[in-house]
Design a protein around this ligand. Structure first.
Ligand SMILES: NC(=O)c1ccc[n+]([C@@H]2O[C@H](COP(=O)([O-])OP(=O)(O)OC[C@H]3O[C@@H](n4cnc5c(N)ncnc54)[C@H](OP(=O)(O)O)[C@@H]3O)[C@@H](O)[C@H]2O)c1
Length: 328
């Protein structure tokens, strides 16, 4: 990844793809994890304004209802629909009933954004099943959802325009700055659960970066596995944005100086919109990485080399598949 790209991710050029470029989405169904806050909330608003049916995930019925009523209040003329699914990505047992409820209501899913995420959670934080919290939430929970949703995505790809059915993995340039050198993943580390004495030695931001490298690898591996059945995998860095993601941050430095580089979250929603709809992305460049506010970019070189030369995408996919077998 060039210094030029890195700098342009901090201070991106103006977006070239906005809601004005989006067709009417009536009759289409979308799913966004973490639609209650930040970028996911704004993306939901945009799709709803184009008359789509949008499902968001929320950790409680109250937060799902609140987000939906705010969006409906802000757009009274939409002919779209908004629904929520209660789940906690940090508890795999909650994902199965939520996805089942979605599948009971829908026969098509045009694109899913794995957008929910947690950053800088206190050292030693765990998911219900004993995964390091960033890894468990950002990677393992979304992997389980992806597996459960794949049949409906494949069915949709048979009837939708080629290259339009997408699985969007929201990563971060943290995959570049923060993840372990080499594969982006410390394989020993991700195999270590709480029950075996794991204490979170690496520090929250390394774990965040590692989880975002995992998101990138899963997008590329998904493209490889399902591209021939017309499913597109995309990963992205939405940009540096003022959202609730910094909720765990206690660093006075980052709080003080964050304002210098944190942009309006609506711009990050445009990065996600581009990943979901731009025609510059498709089956020909399946597994693309998108940078703010909607441009093709490159991932870190060693992670890219690991994917192509060392089969790291397959390795990760296979590990997760085995570990989560009972939930999928
Ligand atoms: N903001 C940035 O500068 C930035 C930069 C790079 C990448 N990103 C990525 O962008 C994505 C969206 O983040 P954001 O900035 O919009 O942050 P945000 O405002 O904190 O939104 C995160 C969303 O994820 C949900 N979430 C967190 N933990 C969850 C869990 N265990 N189960 C289910 N949902 C959970 C949150 O739900 P609750 O409301 O219930 O907490 C919220 O809806 C994340 O993947 C993040 O890593 C953001």
């Amino acid at each position: 990844m060039s210094l030029r790209q890195t700098l342009s991710e901090f201070y991106p050029p103006k977006p070239t793809f906005t809601e004005q470029d989006l067709e009417d989405l009536a009759g289409k169904t979308y799913l966004i994890t973490g639609g209650t806050s930040g970028i996911g909330f704004i993306l939901t608003k945009i799709l709803y304004s184009k008359n789509a049916k949008v499902y968001i995930t929320s950790r409680s019925a109250a937060s799902g209802e609140k987000a939906i009523s705010e969006i409906k209040e802000s757009n009274k003329s939409s002919r779209g629909e908004l629904r929520y699914l209660v789940m906690d990505l940090g508890d795999l047992q909650t994902i199965v009933p939520a996805v089942k409820s979605f599948l009971a209501q829908e026969t098509l899913l045009h694109t899913v954004w794995f957008n929910a995420g947690v950053m800088k959670a206190p050292s030693g934080s765990m998911t219900k099943q004993g995964y390091e919290l960033h890894w468990g939430t950002n990677v393992v929970g979304h992997f389980v959802m992806n597996k459960l949703l794949m049949p409906i995505l494949l069915a949709t790809a048979q009837v939708a325009p080629k290259g339009s059915v997408r699985v969007v993995w929201v990563s971060s340039d943290g995959h570049n700055f923060l993840s372990p050198k080499g594969d982006g993943i410390d394989w020993q580390d991700i195999a270590t659960l709480k029950s075996t004495g794991w204490k979170g030695e690496k520090g929250p931001m390394t774990y965040y970066g590692q989880s975002k490298a995992g998101n990138v690898l899963l997008a590329m591996e998904l493209a490889k596995r399902y591209g021939n059945q017309d499913i597109v995998g995309v990963a992205l860095n939405p940009g540096h944005l003022k959202t609730n993601l910094q909720r765990h941050s206690t660093s006075s430095m980052s709080n003080k100086f964050g304002g210098l580089v944190l942009h309006d979250p609506s711009l990050g929603a445009l990065t996600e919109l581009y990943a979901g709809f731009s025609k510059t992305i498709g089956l020909d460049n399946n597994g693309a990485y998108i940078i703010p506010w909607g441009r093709l970019g490159k991932i870190r070189q060693d992670i890219e080399a690991g994917f192509h030369d060392r089969g790291t995408g397959k390795r990760l996919w296979d590990i997760l598949e085995k570990e989560t077998e009972q939930y999928t």
